[in-house]
Write a new protein. Structure first.
Length: 693
């Protein structure tokens, strides 16, 4: 009795108190479901107003008030998202503007690049508004990303135009040359990036397929607006204020020329260094492949929330209540099937072997999955079973402890001697408050019945499965096993049942990544490879470009492994995107190399513009690292690593290998040594005349 009662009432004086009496919890439940942000905001606003009106500090200065739960968590995530979006937008615009000004050293470059770019970004979001209608946490930051990627075509075009003008060519000559020599490379890069984004649209996870649609549209639209709007803008700018420097200037290639000379001088050293870095990347890749997915789902939430937000206070609530507050819900077809599903889940918890064969669960994982279930609740369980037998038993108990006639409030002395002293008050309260009558659903308080009432009024078809406290967001593998177990048992007992809940949602997203992600990445690479071959019109040239891309991706995985970084359902999108964006730099450099057939000249001419393209993209990603949401942070960090490794492959390893091969080809072959041949017929010796004696 002591043990059973302790499980129900372990609080202090009836309050939801714990942690040594230092934490008290008040549970506030809405009358209905809060299914939208506005519902959550209204509920939280009402609660906060009441609490603030009580002026808690007047009770004691040390009192701290915190808010947890799903309602507060949704509001907190939305507020952080808006705040991070504003900060990242300001940072990316400022940093990109400074980078452009430092590279071009001309104020006119800013409007020439920004006006076509902003037109493309605006059209992208307008199209997305018409098709998708809203932004989600995955797509909210696409503005910064599209700015960083979409500006690349304009950078290459404008850099080539300035180069031609500073060589002394007129606008009429320089602009057509710039358009003719850059459109193919930039088109290939933009379509490759669009294809990599588009591969995400094949995934079942809505956050990814919407991200893919917007990215695909953004890359293509920005390329079109660049080549439609920038030429007339350049012509207008030249009429208003012509570019002064018309003679050939030493600043052509001023960013990359010293680096190009150094790389050409030490080609062999650069080649050996590239091979060494590749070997290190392979080691890092092996380490990364051992555990590529991050199963600590706390890393997907707010960093501040773990310190003093909803996640922080949720941990204290769990410590006080000693139970999981958000169940996994099974919706069955009938109330009878709900009872059957509940019984099967309870049997699985007690005896995992009773489950039989379930999809995605073997003998070992079945036991671990069964340990994730703490309790199972249904509407029918609110009414005790076997009530007649229990009432008869209670009558016998109360007859023993009933007071003798004329002495109310006392128990039979024989019973008193058998009872521990600390249980006597409890027993007296139980006797005084208990009515020996059968309980019906009508007697159950409304707040206990409400979780089992559906929106359309149906009752009794829901099964609430409460996980153990150990099945928290820190233990993602346990959450996945829990979701698989509940879904497997429910579908086995009632094939028409539906399973929902936060744990199930997270598990489904991870399954989508591991299931669809490989196909999306492969599709992205195939699309990029086909586009590269079509644009290059040469399998040999395309092989150089794709080799550079593969080397960059290998370096990215190696760096992730070396830094112990893992993938989640946000930064996973970086993988297919890197194929499209990473090939950009190799394509533009190699296109220039084909035009001048000299690595040093190509690197000096195009290296600066390609680096600036990468810099703007890196800026777009790097601003995400400042976000409070750790999933967005991981996306930005992973993308920056991919950018750096792909840029290094395109402007270090690829030029070094090309220069090494060119040098080997240009070396004159040593003349073959020919041994002197003996004549086939020896010349006749002069005849001596006979001399007399």
């Amino acid at each position: 009795m002591r043990t059973a009662f302790g499980k129900v009432d372990h609080y202090i004086d009836g309050y939801l108190a714990g942690e040594g009496g230092h934490t008290l919890v008040v549970l506030v439940k809405p009358p209905g479901a809060a299914v939208s942000l506005s519902d959550n905001q209204r509920l939280f606003g009402a609660v906060e107003k009441i609490v603030n009106g009580l002026r808690p500090a007047t009770f004691h200065p040390s009192i701290r008030i915190g808010y947890g739960g799903e309602v507060r968590g949704v509001i907190e995530a939305q507020e952080a998202l808006v705040r991070d979006l504003l900060v990242s937008s300001i940072l990316v615009l400022s940093a990109v503007g400074v980078a452009l000004l430092l590279y071009y050293r001309a104020w006119r470059a800013i409007p020439l690049l920004v006006l076509p770019l902003f037109s493309g970004v605006a059209l992208t979001f307008a199209l997305s508004r018409a098709v998708i209608h809203y932004l989600n946490p995955n797509t909210a930051f696409l503005g910064s990303i599209i700015i960083g990627n979409g500006i690349n075509a304009g950078i290459i075009l404008l850099a080539r135009y300035f180069e031609e003008r500073r060589r002394g060519n007129s606008v009429e000559i320089a602009l057509p040359i710039a358009l003719k020599t850059t459109w193919l490379g930039t088109f290939a890069a933009s379509t490759a990036a669009a294809a990599s984004y588009g591969s995400l649209a094949t995934m079942s996870f809505r956050g990814f397929n919407q991200f893919g649609f917007m990215g695909l549209a953004g890359m293509l639209i920005c390329w079109v607006t660049t080549y439609l709007l920038m030429p007339p803008l350049i012509a207008v700018a030249e009429r208003v204020r012509p570019l002064r420097e018309r003679r050939r200037s030493r600043i052509i290639g001023w960013v990359a020329a010293p680096y190009a000379r150094l790389l050409s001088r030490y080609t062999r050293t650069a080649t050996v260094a590239s091979l060494a870095l590749t070997a290190l990347a392979v080691i890092g890749l092996v380490r990364f492949a051992r555990e590529p997915i991050d199963y600590d789902f706390r890393h997907l939430g707010s960093r501040e929330g773990l310190k003093d937000g909803a996640a922080y206070w949720d941990s204290h609530v769990d410590a006080v209540l000693q139970s999981y507050q958000t169940p996994t819900v099974v919706m069955t077809e009938t109330a009878q099937k709900a009872q059957t599903v509940a019984y099967a889940l309870e049997s699985a918890r007690e005896d995992p072997a009773s489950l039989g064969d379930l999809p995605d669960l073997n003998n070992e994982t079945r036991k671990a999955a069964a340990e994730t279930i703490d309790s199972v609740a249904t509407l029918q369980k609110l009414v005790p079973d076997h009530q007649t037998r229990k009432i008869d038993l209670l009558k016998d108990v109360f007859r023993l402890i009933a007071p003798p006639a004329g002495t109310p409030g006392l128990v039979d002395p024989r019973v008193l001697q058998a009872l521990p002293a600390d249980l006597r008050p409890t027993l007296l309260r139980l006797r005084e408050k208990t009515r020996l009558e059968a309980v019906t659903l009508g007697d159950v308080p409304r707040r206990l019945v409400q979780p089992f009432v559906e929106k359309d009024g149906h009752r009794g078809r829901l099964v609430l499965v409460y996980p153990t406290l150990a099945t928290d967001s820190k233990n993602g593998r346990a959450q996945i096993l829990h979701a698989r177990l509940v879904r497997g048992v429910a579908s086995k007992v009632d094939p028409g049942s539906l399973v929902a809940g936060q744990i199930v949602l997270t598990s489904d997203i991870i399954d989508a990544i591991t299931g669809d992600g490989g196909f999306a990445a492969l599709l992205s690479f195939i699309a990029v490879a086909v586009l590269t071959v079509l644009v290059m019109r040469s399998i040999r040239d395309a092989s150089w470009v794709l080799g550079s891309l593969c080397l960059g991706v290998l370096g990215m995985f190696g760096a992730l492994g070396a830094l112990s970084l893992r993938l989640n359902f946000v930064n996973f999108a970086v993988l297919p995107i890197t194929f499209g964006i990473g090939v950009d730099y190799a394509v533009n450099f190699y296109q220039r190399y084909r035009q001048c057939t000299c690595v040093e000249d190509a690197l000096a001419a195009a290296g600066g513009a390609v680096t600036l393209c990468s810099a703007t993209t890196i800026i777009g990603y790097a601003t995400l690292v400042t976000a409070d949401n750790m999933a967005i942070q991981s996306f930005g960090l992973t993308a920056v690593i991919g950018e750096l490794t792909c840029l290094s492959a395109a402007l270090f390893a690829l030029p070094a290998l090309l220069a090494f091969v060119d040098r080997r080809r240009s070396e004159p072959e040593p003349a073959p040594r020919v041994a002197p041949k003996s004549p086939a017929v020896l010349p006749a010796e002069p005849r001596r005349e006979a001399q007399g004696l």
